[in-house]
Design a protein around this ligand. Structure first.
Ligand code: HEC
Ligand code: HEC
Ligand code: HEC
Ligand code: HEC
Ligand code: HEC
Ligand code: HEC
Ligand code: HEC
Ligand code: HEC
Ligand code: HEC
Ligand code: HEC
Length: 324
């Protein structure tokens, strides 16, 4: 036979396993704390709002997490404590005589840093979110660069904001720039993807939650990632240009470049990384070789691309040199 208090122990045991309710009120020794726990059980979020009747905290009521009718949401269960954990110690003001003593923090404090308390460990923070969000695009979170780099979900996601900036196309990059400062500089270069304009976002190419491919790419390879939007470069071509097939970043920097077309270098130097200069002269044009003496028509229209215009591959029967 199971009596009521036994059942309560069992329940709190199960919640402990979930790693959320480390300090369930039933274990609290102190009467005030116990009472606070009971008040929370009765009034839920209202208990917190007595002290936290402020923005941005209250903005959470405009987010999808606060759909009581949707059983999957935190607010259908323990409301604020579904995420912040049972926090009976935090619900009571410290006694006057302990003015010097700090107010006890809630069970979980999220983010990279907090004004008042030590933030919880990244693992403890993320466990709560993953409890509801492990599937879908977060399938590869474990072992991903951001997981092993100790990045909390809350470093990118602003849970208490009605519009989480990282989910807004024009604002997403700014969230990433906070840590990837070099990318901010690259995206100011003259040739770049229209990321600042919100037409392309980091998440079009990267899955920040982890991926099966390298560098958090959304597809298995760089090229598959680019073909999502540049399908015409996929081919197959009758005449393939090997470095194009291999990796677009042989010639392009997807984050931006000071050269046109996001090229990593300008021609002819780009081409001459791989192609011998001997065959086609690629020295800067000078007086020699100009008409009327010994004119070489390759010198006159010297830009490699003037003739090899189908640089990504050609389907023309006589286009083996990508000239048509
Ligand atoms: C008796 C008043 C009181 C109650 C009730 C209360 N808090 Fe707090 N809380 C505070 C004070 C004081 C601070 C620290 C100063 C501040 O942020 O205003 C704080 C800070 C916090 C912080 C950390 C803020 C930071 O610095 O990152 C979180 C999270 C938090 N409370 C959550 C909750 C939750 C969840 C509840 C309800 C379960 C709750 N609080 C109930 C008084 C209270
Ligand atoms: C879905 C999980 C979740 C729920 C539910 C939730 N919080 Fe939070 N809370 C967070 C995260 C994550 C942060 C860190 C800051 C951020 O992401 O906005 C946070 C931050 C806070 C802060 C610190 C805010 C600041 O500006 O420093 C307070 C206070 C707080 N929460 C109180 C509450 C209260 C009160 C409730 C219930 C009304 C609640 N939280 C519900 C996840 C949650
Ligand atoms: C109790 C389960 C639960 C917990 C815990 C939880 N979430 Fe959610 N979350 C949901 C549900 C349900 C939705 C709505 C999904 C939908 O509508 O498909 C949601 C939506 C979201 C969204 C999309 C919001 C939008 O505006 O579309 C983000 C981002 C998110 N959660 C992040 C987090 C993070 C980060 C944490 C941890 C701090 C967290 N969640 C904790 C259940 C949860
Ligand atoms: C490095 C930044 C970053 C981190 C860390 C991060 N996210 Fe996200 N999250 C994003 C971006 C960007 C999107 C939008 C993805 C898109 O548009 O495809 C997103 C979308 C989401 C969504 C809504 C979209 C969906 O289909 O599910 C949820 C839920 C979510 N993240 C949960 C989490 C959880 C849980 C964690 C921690 C385990 C986490 N995120 C960590 C950047 C991040
Ligand atoms: C809180 C800091 C932080 C934020 C915010 C952040 N990152 Fe990261 N990111 C890291 C850390 C730490 C690593 C792992 C260490 C490393 O490889 O530099 C990483 C790694 C990566 C990598 C893989 C690098 C590699 O060489 O494999 C990519 C891609 C990436 N982040 C993209 C993003 C995107 C996109 C966003 C915004 C949606 C974002 N990051 C937001 C800290 C952050
Ligand atoms: C058009 C696609 C695309 C977009 C958009 C994009 N990236 Fe990348 N990113 C790549 C590719 C491709 C690589 C290199 C992959 C490789 O060679 O493994 C890369 C590499 C990275 C790396 C690791 C190597 C390095 O260069 O430091 C980081 C970090 C990164 N990207 C962050 C970001 C951030 C932050 C954003 C948004 C501001 C972003 N990326 C937008 C395609 C993209
Ligand atoms: C989400 C869609 C998307 C993806 C994925 C994408 N691009 Fe783009 N790309 C664009 C858009 C949009 C433009 C701008 C077109 C314009 O301005 O007319 C562009 C332009 C370019 C340009 C020409 C820039 C110029 O100055 O005219 C190059 C080169 C390029 N992308 C290379 C790549 C490479 C390499 C990849 C893979 C790493 C890639 N793109 C992935 C959407 C994408
Ligand atoms: C061998 C070097 C090289 C490789 C590899 C390469 N490109 Fe290019 N790409 C160029 C050059 C050179 C230009 C400039 C052409 C011009 O200005 O006429 C260019 C221009 C572009 C443009 C803008 C003009 C146009 O043709 O649409 C896009 C988009 C583009 N490349 C995408 C890609 C994608 C996607 C890949 C990988 C599948 C790739 N490139 C691989 C050299 C390369
Ligand atoms: C990353 C190395 C690399 C770069 C950069 C590169 N190529 Fe190539 N290219 C190759 C390889 C490898 C082949 C195939 C050679 C073969 O099949 O013998 C090739 C083939 C060619 C061919 C056909 C030659 C033949 O023998 O069939 C032409 C023409 C050509 N490239 C022009 C260019 C031009 C113009 C540029 C600069 C815009 C360029 N390439 C940049 C590696 C490169
Ligand atoms: C005026 C037009 C023109 C210009 C400019 C030009 N090429 Fe060519 N290129 C050709 C033609 C035509 C062929 C084919 C020659 C043949 O079949 O004998 C060729 C052949 C090639 C080949 C193949 C060589 C082989 O072994 O068959 C390569 C590689 C090449 N060009 C690279 C370049 C590079 C790199 C540049 C820029 C420095 C360049 N070309 C500039 C017209 C041009």
């Amino acid at each position: 036979m199971i009596n009521a208090s036994n059942r309560k122990m069992k329940l709190s045991g199960a919640l402990l396993l979930l790693g959320i309710f480390g300090s369930f009120p039933v274990f609290a020794a102190d009467g005030g704390t116990d009472e606070a726990g009971r008040e929370y059980a009765l009034k839920g979020a209202k208990t917190c709002l007595k002290c936290h009747d402020e923005y941005p905290v209250k903005n959470i009521f405009q987010t999808p997490h606060v759909q009581k009718a949707d059983k999957r949401t935190p607010f259908a269960a323990h409301e604020c404590e579904s995420c912040h954990g049972a926090s009976p110690d935090h619900l009571i003001e410290p006694p006057k005589k302990d003015q010097g003593e700090k107010h006890k923090p809630p069970h979980l404090v999220f983010g990279l840093k907090s004004k008042n308390y030590k933030v919880s460990s990244v693992d403890d923070q993320n466990k709560v979110c993953l409890g509801c969000h492990e599937s879908g695009i977060r399938m590869h979170w474990r072992g991903s660069q951001h997981q092993s780099g100790d990045v909390p979900c809350a470093a990118c996601h602003a849970i208490h904001q009605p519009k989480d900036p990282v989910l807004v196309k024009t604002d997403q990059a700014e969230v990433c720039f906070a840590c990837h400062t070099d990318k901010r500089a690259q995206l100011r270069r003259r040739s770049r993807h229209p990321i600042r304009e919100g037409k392309v976002v980091c998440a079009d190419c990267h899955n920040p939650h982890g991926s099966a491919g390298r560098t958090l790419l959304v597809k298995n390879t760089v090229n598959e990632t680019c073909y999502q939007c540049h399908a015409e470069k996929r081919g197959p071509f009758l005449w393939e240009h090997q470095p194009v097939r291999e990796d677009c970043t042989n010639c392009h920097n997807p984050h931006g470049s000071t050269q046109q077309r996001m090229l990593v270098q300008r021609t002819p130097f780009l081409c001459n990384n791989c192609h011998s200069e001997r065959f086609h002269p690629s020295t800067l044009r000078d007086g020699s070789g100009l008409p009327p003496v010994g004119a070489d028509n390759r010198l006159l229209g010297k830009g490699c691309l003037n003739c090899h215009s189908k640089i990504h591959g050609s389907n023309h029967p006589s286009g083996p040199r990508f000239t048509r």
